[in-house]
Design a protein around this ligand. Sequence first.
Ligand code: UN1
Length: 498
Amino acid sequence: MSAARIFEALGLDHGRLTDGDWVVSSPIDGAEIARVALDSPEALEAKLARSVEAFAQWRTVPAPRRGELIRRFGALLRKHKATLGALITLEAGKITAEGEGEVQEMIDICDFAVGLSRQLYGRTIASERPEHSLRETWHPLGPVGVISAFNFPMAVWAWNATLAVVCGNSLLWKPSEKTPLCAMACQHLFAQAMAGFDGAPDGLSQVVLGGRETGVALADDVRVPLISATGSCAMGRQVGARVAQRFGKSILELGGNNAIIVTASADLDLAVRAIVFGAVGTAGQRCTTTRRVFVQREVAPVLFERLQQAYAALPIGDPREAGTLVGPLIDARAFAQMEHALQVAREQGGKVVGGGRVLADRYPDAYYVLPALIEGGGALDNSFEETFAPVLYCFAYDTLDEAIACQNAVPQGLSSAIFTTDVREAERFLAATGSDCGIANVNVGTSGAEIGGAFGGEKATGGGRESGSDAWRGYMRRQTATINYSDDLPLAQGIRFG
Ligand code: UN1
């Protein structure tokens, strides 16, 4: 489906696909699919002002009623699931199943947020003073700035947006410059959900299109009390520092360098399937992508052999075609970074299987690659970095302690997994001395998290949590209130004054 057909199916004016200078191209074949208008600094200022006004109104709407708006939005996502999935495929290059899976993730978080809208619980606390009560209330925060990456061009926004909106906030979304159409489509459906909905103010949700300067302007603006940013560690380091400088809050969802440990007791069938999905799914461009494998030395030859067989049979190609499992990389730069990582691995003594460009005759302007496996003898420096491509470093280990130490030795701390049928190994991996990541799985791979859990990671991954569990608290401000219903004024800590 072309971008124009997709916009038409969503009821979006396709004049907007040609009304600007910013060129959007599809990673499928490199062809131009749109020229969109970016926001000027003046336009951004106007949107910020509207967002402040929208917040002032929206925070007074009861939370369950706010949830009702998200219910309507979720219904539109259900209706347009296939079309939205096709747009993700066109603009980000995901295979159809993964594009639709991303829309499903949005639908799921809508359902979660609707339920949450009746569960924004605070606590009541026993007061130390007679005839006093003590309670905690969660209040709306303000305009929430969402900065998102190309690889989840809709779902990451939805994780933030649906929670932020039921929590009573307004939204300003700066999507990746590589995927503005996905953002325009979500924004359009959100506006449709708002149409005729009593109490939903204009400007409740807005998209700002722009590059780095737009992100910086949002990060620096005191009118935006929370910035939720997804992207590289380098980006997060800058955004986090700028937001902290003005005492804003941030939720940072940065790079991952996720590992799977395969012990001698593992079910290798499961392990191989999980590793392949984790390493080559989304062409290795998820923050949760499996980038390293540590396998117990005695099973290492069998696992390497089976991984090589699986890699040799991978259907690589047009992500729209049924049967394709590996689509294109996002652009030439991603390909150059992959090549660089493989080059360094070879220089450092790694044995590289796969890698390199394929289908270049058919798609001279797109970047399809053979996913790469690297068998590492010793240390491979590049395995400490996140190369956003299907590059998997495999190492053999002797003891589980050694495997856990190696897994934890990288700067990032997002996702991790162990494949074992031994309960002691599993529990050691999950213990305080085990995996240091925000996500730790047993017999489940590193990617493909459900929305019900809190999603995010430690260390250079940024420490933020989004999506399920109590992540909603990040989008609200906490107020502690002490209420005196006595005729006296007793002071806390038993202090007598006067
Ligand atoms: C991301 O890559 O930024 O766990 C998010 C997963 C997805 C989300 C990834 N549910 O792989």
